[in-house]
Design a protein around this ligand. Structure first.
Ligand SMILES: [Zn+2]
Ligand SMILES: [Zn+2]
Length: 366
């Protein structure tokens, strides 16, 4: 009913404006209708100004600014990026699985036999235990990070604590919730959308994501160090191939050398890149911030500084407590059972209600 009346009102408004425009364009009877040149130019200017005003009135919005116009202009670009990222997510997940599998196969075929035949017993035991523990942790956390939903605000409940309304979902947004344009959903304690997981990182899978990054970095460092001697040998052998005449190398040897070089280059580069990412997330977790909140809090800090105030992050419970909350560590034994071993326990809290470390009455001015 409201929709219908609003539509009719808009139509009658447009018709009234068009009628006024037609009246203005019509030549007026009387003394002014002399046909002289200045009158024609004045009249044309009047019609042009009125047409411009009429056009502006049709899309006038008091909330419109340069940012909104830029957003509108870039809407097709955002749409393409979102859709391409969604499809690329599947390709990226397949690529991660393929690369991890290839590294494991190379380790089993070429590195492990060398360790078993050359190392003393205690080193063999250490390599077998540490290598397999890292492999289990990487596979478990990657599977959980991709398959666990990050958590979304409940659609059936309207009485949830909210700080704003999501313009895309037209639904209340609880604190720390943000809209993901790729998933097209609001995500609880959203960190970012990860194409390598083809999933959003949020309240329920943040721990899995971070543990995957950490164990993957440790795994890559382990592979890189373990295969360093083999890599140098393989590199020398390939270098010798460029000599004249090249030494006769059997096919198996050549494959082994190329595989070892691939393994070392891949694991070393991933260790550097993922190590940097893990370090950045460690800093964020210690500060009690997500990647999205980092940008918001940075802006807010600058804004309040101009007013002579200091910004205080309400979700910062101290570095140790922030880690405890993320990892779900309630007692000392949990550091072993929940952090060093695969565990699918839920994070503390529901991602909707959040404990604030201070109230609004706390002094914020310097
Ligand atoms: Zn939303
Ligand atoms: Zn997402």
């Amino acid at each position: 009913m409201r929709m219908g009346s609003s539509w009719r009102w808009q139509l009658s408004r447009a018709m009234r404006l068009a009628l006024r425009w037609c009246r203005l364009c019509r030549p007026q009877r009387g003394g002014r209708c002399g046909g002289s040149k200045p009158w024609i130019s004045g009249r044309c200017f009047e019609v042009w100004s009125y047409s411009k005003m009429l056009l502006k009135s049709l899309y006038f919005n008091s909330l419109t600014n340069a940012d909104t116009l830029l957003d509108c202009a870039f809407e097709p670009v955002y749409w393409i990026v979102d859709n391409v990222t969604r499809w690329f997510g599947v390709v990226f997940v397949c690529l991660v699985v393929l690369l991890i599998t290839s590294v494991v196969v190379i380790i089993y075929l070429f590195v492990l036999p060398t360790i078993l035949s050359t190392y003393p017993l205690h080193w063999i035991v250490w390599h077998l235990c540490y290598g397999h523990w890292l492999l289990i942790m990487v596979v478990f956390h990657y599977y959980k990070a991709t398959s666990t939903s990050p958590g979304h605000p409940p659609k059936d409940k309207t009485q949830i604590p909210s700080v704003s309304i999501c313009k895309k979902c037209i639904a209340p947004k609880p604190p720390r919730t943000h809209h993901c344009s790729i998933c097209n959903l609001c995500v609880l304690k959203m960190d970012h959308h990860c194409p390598w997981l083809n999933n959003c990182v949020g309240h329920f899978n943040h721990r899995y994501f971070f543990s995957f990054c950490l164990y993957m970095t440790l795994g890559c460092i382990y592979c890189s160090i373990s295969s360093k001697t083999l890599f140098l040998e393989a590199y020398d052998a390939i270098e010798r191939n460029y000599q004249t005449p090249p030494p006769t190398e059997v096919y198996e040897e050549s494959t082994a050398h190329k595989s070892i070089i691939f393994l070392w280059v891949l694991t070393s580069s991933v260790a550097v890149a993922l190590g940097g990412l893990s370090l950045w997330h460690m800093i964020l977790i210690s500060r009690g911030e997500t990647s999205v909140e980092r940008h918001i809090n940075h802006k807010e800090t600058r804004r309040l500084k101009e007013q002579g105030k200091v910004f205080k992050n309400p979700y910062h419970h101290g570095p140790i407590n922030n880690w405890r909350l993320l990892l779900g560590v309630d007692k000392r034994s949990h550091w072993f059972t929940r952090v060093l071993l695969p565990s699918s326990h839920l994070p503390s809290g529901d991602g909707i209600m959040w404990e604030f470390t201070f109230t609004r009455r706390d002094p914020m001015a310097i």
